[in-house]
Each structure stands twice: as C-alpha cells, then as structure tokens.
Design a protein around this ligand. Structure first.
Ligand SMILES: *[C@@H]1O[C@H](CO)[C@@H](O)[C@H](O)[C@H]1NC(C)=O
Ligand SMILES: *[C@@H]1O[C@H](CO)[C@@H](O)[C@H](O)[C@H]1NC(C)=O
Ligand SMILES: *[C@@H]1O[C@H](CO)[C@@H](O)[C@H](O)[C@H]1NC(C)=O
Ligand SMILES: *[C@@H]1O[C@H](CO)[C@@H](O)[C@H](O)[C@H]1NC(C)=O
Ligand SMILES: *[C@@H]1O[C@H](CO)[C@@H](O)[C@H](O)[C@H]1NC(C)=O
Ligand SMILES: *[C@@H]1O[C@H](CO)[C@@H](O)[C@H](O)[C@H]1NC(C)=O
Ligand SMILES: *[C@@H]1O[C@H](CO)[C@@H](O)[C@H](O)[C@H]1NC(C)=O
Ligand SMILES: *[C@@H]1O[C@H](CO)[C@@H](O)[C@H](O)[C@H]1NC(C)=O
Ligand SMILES: *[C@@H]1O[C@H](CO)[C@@H](O)[C@H](O)[C@H]1NC(C)=O
Ligand SMILES: *[C@@H]1O[C@H](CO)[C@@H](O)[C@H](O)[C@H]1NC(C)=O
Ligand SMILES: *[C@@H]1O[C@H](CO)[C@@H](O)[C@H](O)[C@H]1NC(C)=O
Length: 744
C-alpha cells in the first residue's frame, strides 16, 4: 500500500506546484499494529476519483476516506480515536457527488490551496447533506479530530433541494478553514454549515459564502466566527442556539440579514470589526426584557462596525430600529448586564460607552484588531520544504519509540533550515529534552502530528523544563507551528509543553495555528487508561501547557488544551478521564496587550463535592508567585478550592470578547452536576484597561471575584443570582455583557 502511494504521487507530480501534493509521504500510525504500513496521505485520484466535473466521484472519495488496512475499514471501531490518521487530499478539479461523503475520525479533507478543488452536487444528487464532516461513531460532543480545508463546496446544481453543504457537528481539536460555500442565489433551502448534533466547537475561520438561505446555522454552545465573507446569502449567520460567541471580521454584502439572533436562543454575541453593504439589517434581535436581571439572554456587544448608506438598520427588533449607521472606533455599544468602572450595575437596553483597544493590537487604518489568515504555505516551492523524516544525515523516526530530540535539534538548528518549511509527517516524535526553535523556523504537521515529552528531564515539578522553547529571551523573529498536538508520554510533573520567548515583528510571525495540547488520554502515552484508576495526586501529568514569557508576543488561533481527557482509544467513548487543569485554565499575569476572541473552559471533573484533594493540591508545594494559592477559601471548602477558569492580575490593555466557563461533572464520584457545581469562575486583581465582554458560566455560583492588590481576601463582584440566564440548553447559566470595573 505504501509503495503504491509513493508511485502514484510521483505520477501525478506534474499536476500542481503545491509542495504537499508532490513531497514524499512517509507518515505512519505508530500506536496500532502494523502502523508503519498505515497510509496517512490519500490522494483521491489514486482511489479512482476523476475530478473532471462529469464523472460521479462519490464512491472513490468515500473509499479514500474509509479504506483502512487488512484488519478493517476506518469506520470500524478498532483503531480507537487516534490510530487512523488520514489526509484525504483533493487535487484541483471538480468532483461530482451523487450522495454525501462522510468523514471518519482523524481525517483532514484537504484541497490544493493554489487552486481550491470543488466538491459539487450532481443534478441527480440525493440527500440533505453534501459533506458530512464527522464520522458515524465520533460525532457531537465526542467529535474530535476532524479537518476540512482549502475546498469549494457547491450546490448550485441542485437549486431546488433542501441541502446543507457541511454537517459540522464536531467538538474539540477540529479545523475548518479556507473553504468557499457556493449556493444558488435565492435558494432558501441551501444552508452552508449546520450542526445537527449537540456539539462544542471553537472556531470557524476564513470562509466565504455565496447565495443560499443561511450561511452558518448555529445550534450549539459557542463559536468564534473569524473572517467570514457573505455575498447574496439571505441570512448570513443564524444564531438559533448559542450560549456565547464572537463574530470578528465578518463582511456582509447583498444579504437580507447579517446576524439573526431572534427566537430566544442567543445568550450573548459580540460582533466586532465587521462591515456591511447593501444588507437590509446587520443585526436582527429579540427585544430585551428590561428591568429583569434574571433573564440573561439576547445580550449584544457591538464594536467597530462599518455600514454604508445602503444598509437599512445596524440593529433592529421586530418592532423598532434601534441603531443605524456605523459604530465608531473607541466606542462599544452594549446591551445587557454591565458592571461599570464606578462599581455601579445596570441592565442596559443599549448604551454606547467610550472604551479603548490596545493600540499595539490594532490596524491604525481600519481600527480592527490584527488578524492573519492561517498559513497554507501554498506558494512554498518543493525545494524549500524539508521532510524531517527524509533527512540524509539525521535519522528521525516519529514512531513513539526512538528518541528524536538530537536529530530534530540538529535539523532545526542547521542554517540550511532557515526559512524552509519543516514538514513533520504524521507520527509521534519523542522529545527527551528541550527542543529549541530559533527565529525563521516554520513547522507543519499532518493530521495532528504529535510532539511528545518523555523521560526524567521533565520529572521535577520544582524545576519545570520546556519541551519546545520558541526563541531565547529577547529574540525577535518568525516561528510558526501548524497542525500539531503537544502531549506527554508519561507522568511528567516538570513538563512545560511550550515556552515562548520570541517576539514577532508582525502579528502572526510568532504564530500557533491548529496546534493543540492533550495531556495523556490516548494510545502512545503511558497515561492512557492509567490515570483514571489512580488518585489525582499520583498523576501529576504536566506542570503547564503554554508559558508565554516576559517580552514575548505571539498569535494563537484554534488551540485546545486539555488534560487527560476521555481516554480516547479505550473501547467506551465518552467515559470520563481526569480533565483539565488543577490551578487555572488561563492566567494573565503582569501582561499587556492581550486580545481574546473566545475562551472556553472547564475544570477537572474530580474537583468539587466530596473531593479531598483541594486546590492548590496536589501542586501546593510547587506554587510560584503567579499561581493562585486559594488562600481566600476556607481550608475545607471543596467548592471554592477548584481550578479557576481565568485569572487576570497586575495586567493592562486586555480585551476579551467572549468566555464560556462550564461545569457539568463534579466531585470525587464524577457525577453529572446541574446547579452549584463550583463557587468561583474568575479572579481579577489590580488591572487597568481590562475590558471583559460576554462572560458566561454554567453551574457556577460566582462569575467574578476580585481581590485588592496584595490582599488575601476576595469579594464577589458578579454572581449567578444577579445574572442568571435563560436556561439555554437546559443549564443553569449566567451571563455578564460587560465587566468594566477594572477598565480605567
Ligand atoms: C508492510 O510494508 C512492507 C513494505 O513497506 C512490507 O514488506 C510488509 O510485508 C508489510 N507488512 C504488512 C504486515 O503488511
Ligand atoms: C447521476 O449523475 C451522475 C453524474 O452526472 C451519473 O454518472 C449517474 O449516472 C446519474 N445517476 C442517475 C441514476 O441518473
Ligand atoms: C424544503 O423545506 C421546506 C420547509 O422547510 C419545505 O416547505 C419544502 O417543501 C422543502 N423542499 C424540498 C424540495 O424538499
Ligand atoms: C458557483 O458555482 C457556479 C457553477 O458551478 C459557478 O458558475 C460560479 O462562478 C460559482 N460562484 C462562485 C462565487 O464561486
Ligand atoms: C442588493 O442586494 C440584493 C439582494 O439582497 C440584490 O438583489 C441587489 O442586486 C443588490 N443591489 C446591488 C446594487 O448590488
Ligand atoms: C424575569 O425572568 C424570569 C426568567 O425569564 C421569569 O421567570 C420572571 O417571571 C421574570 N420576572 C419579571 C418580574 O418579569
Ligand atoms: C482611539 O483611542 C486611541 C487611544 O486609546 C487613540 O490613539 C486613537 O486615535 C483613537 N481613535 C479614534 C478613531 O478616535
Ligand atoms: C467619550 O468620548 C468623547 C470623545 O470621543 C467625549 O467627548 C465624551 O465626553 C466621552 N464621554 C464620556 C462619558 O467620557
Ligand atoms: C491594515 O489594513 C489595511 C486594509 O485592510 C491593509 O491594507 C493593511 O495591510 C493593514 N495593515 C497592517 C499593518 O496589517
Ligand atoms: C502585583 O505586583 C506587585 C508589585 O510587584 C506585587 O506586590 C503583587 O504581589 C503582585 N500581585 C500578584 C497577584 O502577583
Ligand atoms: C498593581 O500592579 C502594578 C503593575 O501593573 C504594580 O506596580 C503594583 O505594585 C500592583 N499593586 C499591588 C498592590 O499589587
């Protein structure tokens, strides 16, 4: 199988200049039997697809997705979640489908970015979905490891069908980027993206929608919608059910409605840095119930919106036009519960406040936050790509057995690697000491290549060491990582997975894209299946996922960090492992100039009622100054001594547009929990110019606690009772539209 792959790849070499189509593909699946023979790269043309716009390519593309090895197909259960990586690659062309293709766990459907291929519904297409972006077994809340990028999906051949172009019912560790959705103009039965399952994804970015009835139909938890373009879509974004989300850099042309938040299903939405032209209504919303603090839904935050004279209303309800015209820079229009700088509270039906954005983070001509398109490396010539497993001098294995540290360091440090693209074919690359990344380094993985810390170098919790060190202190330059998972191969209480010191001259130069953290929880790690039965105190699996150090400046897009998740490769999916981080999920300390589009967080399932290992334990002996010590909690208070979702101290110029902090499972018995599952969500202390919008919690008693600088005691600044929500999703939720008490 492997030989065949290489042979055909060579035959097809002339078709495109795209390096990935032409390079040697020697990725493996290290954790399954005969995984060295596993085919990671699958060019659909090798499976018989023609891409000629005439032939029915349904079966061929499906075969490229579903083919496993001699032991079974990829839609059978025995490869686990992580054992069957596949890059299903579509060269440029038009691929006709007569029925849906369905992805399988561990699959990236990827087209040639130099000329995105089209997947097109034939006129005799049957079914309600064109591409089902998830597998039949791993969907919804356990829908991990799916990708779709560099494609055009096209339903213009079936103008009268009710059809959704992409079923995106997936959750964490997924990727949806650089896809065009081409629907028939005026075809109201066409929907670009839907999510028929309950799911929990994070970001959709850099997508274009033409025609159709709805661009993105949101029916689940949270989203960061970044850089989406809509032209001639009747309703560009329909928020049918969302707890909180952010729309950033949305561009609406010739639409009827930009964002439709009516119907009672939208908890809170921030729309920023967006433009509209020839669009009847930019935002359509329900009336806000006034004077009732216990009905938090329909909250809105609008900032830096540019509409021209052809736009009928910027914000409208069924009965009235509330806003017309643009929302200028340095102002924020807020509807909902507001905690003001003077410590007063208001439930505002809509107010325009003076606010600021960190000058270092904005484009001074558009006033928008800097964003970048995740690199596709479309224009990199093959001669500028180095496959780390094909190096003539330094053997690299990526097999989860050999130590690859020395060879990888030699390759990365070599002057001839500067400004090359270093391609890591799928595998598990064991690192037994720090791998240093100098300036002008670009690393790309494949279907989430794993970098895995191993060995005694990372074992001392009192002396933590980075697995990947991006730059030395003071260094300025470019370093990018795309399409990786960082993990640990064992219990390593002294491991810091990434430390960043480097500062990028431009936004995105020091950038992490589709790069995730999973501590244990899968085959290939000695933690798999082991930490469930162990006491958490015996499972100090890693010290820290990411450390952004003094002087560094970096850009992160689409990153999940999770600890010893569901043991993904054991037979029963959805069974709980240890989850999430003990002390905090994100800690911003002594920092300046931070933008957060969306943060989702959960605390460890074992913390909470009847747990005896109270935070900061089991890390109490090793706390450093920036760590929360939980000294504000009484010693026995197991509901207070739980990991915080967000801590911000001694910092300034921080703007956060939505956060969702969830607790469903709590206590040593790990039972589902439906009301007061945790006391405190976030701690803010001694900050200035801190703007927190769309802070939302589920099953937490207090949203914000504050502490005066240098003090031990905390006070409750915002509680669930004051902000309790609409019960979207049947949960005990609470939402604050804006927390501005530390904004001056
Ligand atoms: C794996 O592939 C190699 C050639 O790359 C072949 O010699 C070997 O027989 C294959 N093993 C199995 C179990 O298929
Ligand atoms: C449907 O269309 C495809 C592609 O044009 C064609 O190959 C196939 O024969 C058609 N099927 C039927 C039942 O008409
Ligand atoms: C599409 O759905 C609408 C209702 O949502 C229905 O009225 C219409 O008949 C459907 N059209 C087709 C072709 O199934
Ligand atoms: C949509 O598809 C039709 C037919 O495949 C094509 O003519 C048109 O140019 C496409 N539109 C866009 C915006 O790509
Ligand atoms: C404005 O958008 C509508 C669709 O909503 C379209 O029919 C019309 O042609 C557009 N007008 C201009 C001037 O582009
Ligand atoms: C406030 O909202 C809650 C939840 O929607 C509702 O049950 C309650 O009746 C409302 N109270 C008033 C005074 O409107
Ligand atoms: C916005 O405020 C910043 C300072 O916070 C200032 O530099 C900038 O000129 C202001 N922009 C506008 C358009 O007023
Ligand atoms: C808001 O800023 C404007 C200048 O852009 C200023 O005229 C106005 O007084 C400010 N409002 C408040 C309440 O500070
Ligand atoms: C600022 O935005 C403009 C308009 O989109 C763009 O041309 C320019 O490159 C941007 N500047 C920077 C520094 O990103
Ligand atoms: C904030 O900085 C001051 C002065 O450096 C220090 O005393 C204080 O402990 C810091 N606060 C926190 C929470 O680290
Ligand atoms: C508050 O933070 C500033 C730095 O932003 C620091 O200089 C000051 O000492 C801190 N104060 C306290 C009481 O922690």
């Amino acid at each position: 199988m492997h030989f065949v792959t290489l042979f055909f790849a060579a035959q097809l070499a002339a078709a495109s200049s795209f390096w990935y189509e032409n390079i040697v593909h020697n990725g493996i699946s290290p954790t399954i039997p005969n995984g060295h023979n596993w085919t990671v790269f699958r060019n659909v043309k090798e499976f018989g697809a023609k891409g000629d716009g005439v032939t029915d390519d349904t079966a061929a593309i499906q075969a490229a997705i579903s083919t496993g090895d001699s032991t079974g197909r990829r839609d059978s259960p025995h490869f686990g979640t992580t054992g069957q990586p596949a890059m299903v690659y579509l060269p440029s062309g038009t691929y006709l489908l007569t029925s849906a293709i369905r992805s399988a766990v561990g699959t990236v459907l990827m087209g040639d970015p130099t000329d995105r291929p089209t997947i097109k519904a034939a006129s005799n297409f049957t079914g309600n979905y064109l591409v089902i972006g998830r597998g039949n077994r791993h969907a919804g809340l356990i829908g991990f490891y799916y990708g779709v990028k560099n494609l055009v999906l096209d339903t213009t051949g079936v103008p009268n069908h009710n059809i959704t172009l992409l079923d995106w019912g997936v959750s964490q560790n997924n990727l949806l980027s650089n896809v065009k959705f081409n629907m028939t103009h005026g075809a109201t039965g066409h929907v670009g993206i839907g999510m028929p399952q309950i799911c929990s994804s994070l970001i959709m970015n850099d997508l274009q929608f033409y025609g159709g009835g709805i661009g993105v139909l949101v029916t689940s938890t949270q989203y960061h919608l970044k850089s989406l373009f809509f032209d001639g879509v009747k309703t560009a974004v329909k928020l049918a059910r969302i707890v909180q989300g952010t729309g950033q850099g949305l561009e609406f042309r010739n639409c009827n409605v930009g964002v439709d938040a009516t119907g009672g299903g939208s908890g809170m939405f921030s729309l920023i840095d967006s433009t509209a032209t020839n669009t009847t209504t930019l935002v359509l919303a329900d009336e806000l119930s006034t004077g009732n603090r216990s009905a938090s839904s329909g909250f809105l935050v609008l900032e830096n919106l540019i509409v021209d004279a052809t736009v009928g209303a910027t914000l409208k309800t069924a009965s009235q036009t509330i806003l017309t015209g643009s929302i200028p820079p340095n102002k924020t229009w807020i509807r909902g519960n507001i905690y003001h700088p003077d410590k007063s509270f208001s439930r505002s039906p809509g107010v325009l406040l003076n606010t600021t954005r960190p000058a270092a983070l904005i484009n001074h001509s558009t006033h928008a936050y800097h964003t970048v398109v995740p690199p596709t490396y479309a224009d990199v010539p093959l001669s500028s790509v180095l496959n780390v497993k094909s190096h003539p001098e330094y053997p690299v294995h990526g097999d989860g057995i050999h130590d690859d540290t020395a060879s990888l360091q030699s390759i990365i440090s070599s002057p001839s690697s500067r400004d090359k693209l270093l391609y890591f074919p799928h595998g598990v690359y064991l690192l037994t000491s720090t791998l240093s990344i100098p300036p002008s380094t670009h690393l790309i993985g494949e279907a989430w290549t794993q970098l895995s810390a191993s060995g005694s170098f990372f074992s001392d919790p009192a002396n933590p060491k980075p697995m990947i060190q991006v730059g030395k202190p003071g260094e300025i330059g470019t370093a990018q990582l795309s399409d990786f998972i960082l993990t640990v191969a064992d219990i390593l209480p002294g491991a810091v997975l990434i430390e960043v010191n480097m500062k990028g001259p431009k936004p995105g130069d020091v950038g992490f894209f589709n790069t995730h953290f999973r501590i244990g929880g899968a085959r290939g790690s000695k933690l798999h299946g082991r930490c469930r039965s162990k006491r958490p105190a015996d499972c100090l699996a890693a010290r820290l996922m990411v450390h952004l150090r003094e002087g560094s400046s970096s850009y992160w897009e689409n990153s999940w960090g999770w600890t010893a998740d569901h043991d993904l490769d054991l037979a029963v999916d959805g069974e709980l492992g240890l989850e999430h981080n003990v002390l905090y999920q994100m800690n911003i300390h002594n920092a300046r100039n931070v933008f957060v589009g969306l943060q989702q967080g959960e605390t460890p399932y074992w913390q909470g009622p009847e747990n005896t290992l109270l935070a900061p334990e089991p890390w109490g002996k090793y706390l450093i100054k920036s760590d929360p010590d939980f000294a504000w909690c009484s010693p026995e208070d197991e509901m207070c001594r739980m990991g915080l979702y967000q801590v911000i101290t001694n910092s300034s110029d921080i703007n956060i547009y939505s956060s969702g902090f969830w607790n469903f499972v709590a206590g040593s018995n790990r039972e589902m929990c439906t009301s007061d599952c945790q006391h405190n969500a976030v701690l803010y202390e001694n900050n200035s110019r801190l703007f927190v919008y769309g802070l939302s919690t589920i099953n937490n008693k207090n949203l914000v606690i504050e502490r005066a600088g240098g003090e031990q005691a905390t006070t409750v600044a915002a509680s669930r009772v004051e902000n309790s929500g609409s019960g979207i999703g049947g949960f005990n939720n609470a939402i604050v539209a804006a927390y501005l008490r530390q904004s001056s």
